[in-house]
Structures are given as structure tokens and as C-alpha cells.
Design a protein around this ligand. Structure first.
Ligand code: C2E
Ligand code: CA
Ligand code: CA
Length: 488
């Protein structure tokens, strides 16, 4: 019995010991799991924080993070009396790469550019992606401007190096704008504005370059903002008018059609030139609304005149490359034709040669769809866009317009005569109609007629005129040209 009870005691002790061990093991395990869960939660938090502060594609800090860290750099610079440089970088023609080579290649390119910029600056400098193809670099503790200019030049050179992508060597250049605290701005917001003005100047100065902010750029920015505000109001209040410049048949001097040109007079600034406000409308995106209005109005006004005088003539409408890049542009054209009743064959869309340099497959497709409607396509300012001639056979073009700059010197023998004659021959071989613009003198006209040019427009015949004056011309109340004099 004694033996039995002592065995039981031992068993109880053993069970108790096992229970204690199990409890201890469980407690350790629980602690371990809790610690792991805590660690994972910290990791998840860190990940979420990282995602919130960084750009997913390149891994670079994003705009919000750049702002926060730049404010810290500025505060430090104020304490130390040193400078902070902000560089804004925008890739030239990036849209073209995305359009022609596809978005995955575009993404690869952005990652490579991000690495290149990072590699061109010191580890403590901030490199951020601002969105799209725009990057920013912030250099802290700048002792003198030369230091920042050197880094900027290095970034420019590094980014512009040849780049093997999608089985070919690409060359992508950036436009860079730089502003330095405290010389160019006192706050981060102003520093951003100044660098942005400088970048705008770099883009418009021919791209692939670095521009340091200068005070006149701020003035240019203000003017741009003012004109943009005026444009918004003008669109709402319908302050625009169209003027029409007659296009004349070279051999018969008959009116073939008109080119619609936009005109805008503001109470504040008087007459505004298209060259002054069209680029701003393009940059702000307002060109879409403006372009739709122009197209609809030109079709409507000209179709009314055609019906009023029961005569057949065409209208040419200038279209910005930005409008052409919109996938629904052919629908806009179809809509304008349908609403106005203008036959498609009596409408020509004029585009500058630049679109052929910048435009990708989407543009080519848009061109085709416009032509399928039966609308003509004319290459404006031909010979000034430095593009190859390959597109002439690839695209469904119907007309070439010899740029005024070639017409200007036609009166006297020289290179421009050779260029104009070559354009006419080239156009005819491709079965295109050739129109010369900006014809101001009889001597220019005589040369063009001799060279076989099909149609002309210019002050020699008529300036762009309002709808009423055009009506007068059609009524025969106002002659276009002195036919006898030109025939002589
Ligand atoms: P463009 O399409 O090359 O238009 C011809 C320009 O030359 C017009 O200037 C016209 O008034 C001017 N011009 C015509 N004949 C002569 C001449 O014999 N001598 C001289 N010196 N000039 C002549 P404008 O109206 O100032 O237009 C300038 C540019 O603005 C146009 O060049 C075109 O690129 C753009 N533009 C005009 N209207 C529109 C529009 O509705 N939409 C778009 N996107 N652009 C437009
Ligand atoms: Ca034109
Ligand atoms: Ca032109």
C-alpha cells in the first residue's frame, strides 16, 4: 500500500512537472508569437508608410515626401546660412516613346532614368518622382551657385546618354529648370514656381537643356497665367471670332476656298495674336474646347455661305497636334460635319509638320480615320519641321502648304526658289495639291505660277477677313485681286 501511494505521489509529481513544463513552453511560444505578430505589424506599418511616401514604379520619394524633406533642408539652410537648389526635370517627347514602344518600355525607361539621376547626385541629396515623366532633385547645403550648376550639368549629361531599350539605342533628353534658395525664392512654394518657370523656358528654348531661373521668367509666368485666365473667360463668353483668308487657283484666279484663322480681341489687352495665345491654350489643355469651337463654327459659317450663294468652295481649319492626339478627334470632325451639313470633301484639316515628328501610331491612326470620313489633310508650314519625308508615303495626306518663309525670298533668284520648286515637284509626284501661303508680291506669284504651284493665298489677294467681308467678296462687290494686272 505504502509502495502504491509513493508511486502515486511520484506520478502526481511527474504530471505536475509536465504541466509546468507545458505551461512554460506554451507561455514562451505565445510570447514568441506575440513578438512575431508585433514585428510583422511594425513591418506592415513600415511598408504602408513607405508606399505612402514613395513612388511605386521607381521607388523614389514622391511629391509629398519631397515636400516634407525639402522643408527640413530649407530650415537647416536658414540656420546655417547656406543654400538649397531645386532642379525640376521633364523628359522631352516621352509621350512619343510611350505611344510608339508601349507602356512597359516607357516604365523601364522611367526606372532607368531614376537610377541615372540617383547616380549623378550625392546620397544625401533628394531625388523624387513628381509624377509622369517629371522628376525633382533637391541639393542641400549649397555653398555657392557653381556647385549646384555642376550637379545639374552632370544630371543633364547622365540622363541624355544613349539607352539600350527594346532592342534599340534610344536617346532621351531632359529639359531642366533650376532655382536656388535664397537667391531665387524664399519659400518652398516659390522655389517650386521659380524652378518650374525655368523648366518652361528650357522646354521652349529648344529642350535638351538646363535653365537657371531669372526674374524675367517670373514675369513671363505671370503673363502666361493672366492670358490663361483671360482665355477661360473668353471661352465662356464667346469672345473669339473666325477670320477667313481666300485661297485662289493659280491658273484661273478663282476662289477655291478659305482658311479659317482664329481672332481674339480682349478689352484688357486689345488684339491678341494666335502665336501668343495658342501655345498657352495648348499648354493649359484649353485648346480642346477652343479647337472644337473653331471646327464647329468654321463648318457652320462656311456651309451657310455656300448655301446662301449656291457656290462650291472649301474651308481649311488649323488643328493643334494636341487635338489630333485625342482618340475621339475623328468623332469631333464627324459631329461638326453632321451638325453643319458641310460635305466632308469641302473640309480640310491643316496640321503642322511637327506632329509627324512627335506623333506615334495613334496619330497615324487618327489621320486615317479623318481621311476615311472624306476630309482632306494638309501639311502646314511644310519644310520647316525638319522631319524625314517617309511619312509622306505612309500617311493619307492630300495637300502640302509651302511655308511663308520660303515664299518670302522668291522674288529674287536664290536657294528658296530651288526649295519651293522642289516642294511643288515632290507634291505633284505624290499626287498632292500644293498651296503657297504668304504671297505678297506679283514677283512671288509669277515664280509660283511658273513652277506649277496649284493654289496661293496671301496679302496680294486678300488679308484674312470677317464673315461679312467674305460675303461681300462672294457677292462680287469686292474683287479679290486685280486679275488683269496679275495676268500681265
Ligand atoms: P498659319 O496656319 O501658317 O496661318 C497663316 C498666317 O499667316 C496667319 O496668321 C495669316 O494671317 C498670315 N498671313 C496670311 N497671308 C499673309 C501674307 O501675305 N503676309 C503675312 N505677313 N502674313 C500672312 P495668324 O492669323 O496670325 O495665325 C498664325 C498662326 O496661328 C497660324 O499659322 C496657325 O498656326 C495658328 N492658328 C491660327 N488660327 C488657328 C486655329 O484656329 N487653331 C489653331 N490650332 N491654330 C491656329
Ligand atoms: Ca494654316
Ligand atoms: Ca502656315
Amino acid at each position: 500500500m505504502n509502495q502504491l501511494s509513493s508511486s502515486l505521489v511520484w506520478l502526481a509529481l511527474l504530471v505536475a512537472a509536465a504541466a509546468v513544463l507545458l505551461a512554460a513552453w506554451l507561455a514562451t511560444r505565445l510570447r514568441h508569437e506575440r513578438r512575431e505578430a508585433r514585428q510583422q505589424a511594425t513591418l506592415a506599418d513600415a511598408y504602408i508608410l513607405h508606399m505612402a511616401q514613395h513612388d511605386a514604379l521607381t521607388g523614389l520619394p514622391n511629391r509629398a515626401e519631397l515636400h516634407e524633406r525639402s522643408e527640413a533642408l530649407l530650415a537647416e539652410a536658414r540656420r546655417r546660412g547656406s543654400g538649397v537648389a531645386l532642379l525640376l526635370l521633364d523628359l522631352d517627347h516621352f509621350k512619343h516613346i510611350n505611344e510608339t514602344l508601349g507602356h512597359p518600355v516607357g516604365d523601364d525607361l522611367l526606372r532607368t532614368i531614376a537610377d541615372r539621376i540617383r547616380g549623378a547626385v550625392r546620397p544625401r541629396d533628394i531625388v523624387a518622382r513628381m509624377g509622369g515623366d517629371e522628376f525633382a532633385v533637391v541639393l542641400g547645403d549649397v555653398r555657392h551657385d557653381g556647385e549646384a550648376e555642376l550637379v545639374a550639368a552632370k544630371v543633364l549629361a547622365r540622363v541624355s546618354e544613349d539607352l539600350p531599350l527594346a532592342g534599340q539605342q534610344l536617346r532621351v533628353t531632359p529639359s531642366l529648370g533650376m532655382a536656388i534658395f535664397p537667391q531665387d525664392a524664399n519659400t518652398l512654394t516659390d522655389l517650386m514656381k521659380s524652378a518650374d518657370s525655368a523648366m518652361y523656358a528650357a522646354k521652349h528654348g529648344g529642350r535638351a537643356q538646363l535653365r537657371r531661373f531669372a526674374s524675367e521668367m517670373a514675369e513671363a509666368s505671370r503673363t502666361r497665367f493672366t492670358i490663361e485666365a483671360l482665355l477661360r473667360r473668353a471661352l465662356a463668353e464667346r469672345e473669339f471670332r473666325l477670320r477667313y483668308q481666300p485661297i485662289v487657283d493659280v491658273s484661273t484666279l478663282a476662289l477655291l476656298g478659305v482658311e479659317a484663322l482664329i481672332a481674339w480681341e480682349t478689352p484688357e489687352r486689345g488684339v491678341m495674336q494666335p502665336s501668343e495665345f495658342i501655345p498657352i491654350a495648348e499648354q493649359s489643355g484649353l485648346i480642346r474646347t477652343l479647337g472644337e469651337w473653331t471646327l464647329a463654327t468654321a463648318c457652320h459659317e462656311i456651309q451657310s455661305l455656300r448655301q446662301e450663294f449656291a457656290c462650291d468652295f472649301d474651308v481649311a481649319v488649323n488643328v493643334s497636334p494636341l487635338q489630333l492626339r485625342q482618340a475621339n478627334f475623328p468623332d469631333t470632325v464627324a459631329q461638326a460635319l453632321q451638325t453643319s451639313g458641310l460635305p466632308a470633301a469641302n473640309l480640310t484639316i491643316e496640321v503642322t509638320e511637327g506632329i509627324l515628328v512627335d506623333g506615334g501610331e495613334t496619330t497615324v491612326d487618327t489621320f486615317r480615320r479623318v481621311r476615311q470620313l472624306g476630309v482632306g489633310l494638309s501639311i502646314d508650314d511644310f519644310g520647316t519641321g525638319y522631319s524625314g519625308l517617309g511619312y509622306l508615303t505612309r500617311l493619307p495626306i492630300s495637300k502640302l502648304k509651302i511655308d511663308k518663309s520660303f515664299v518670302d525670298d522668291l522674288a529674287a533668284p536664290g536657294h528658296d526658289r530651288a526649295v519651293a520648286a522642289a516642294i511643288i515637284t515632290l507634291g505633284h509626284q505624290l499626287h498632292l495639291q500644293v498651296v503657297a501661303e504668304g504671297v505678297e508680291s506679283k514677283a512671288q506669284f509669277d515664280f509660283l505660277r511658273g513652277a506649277g504651284c496649284d493654289a496661293v493665298q496671301g496679302y496680294l489677294f486678300c488679308q484674312p477677313v470677317g464673315l461679312d467681308a467674305l460675303r461681300q467678296i462672294l457677292r462680287g462687290g469686292r474683287s479679290l485681286v486685280n486679275g488683269a494686272e496679275l495676268a500681265a
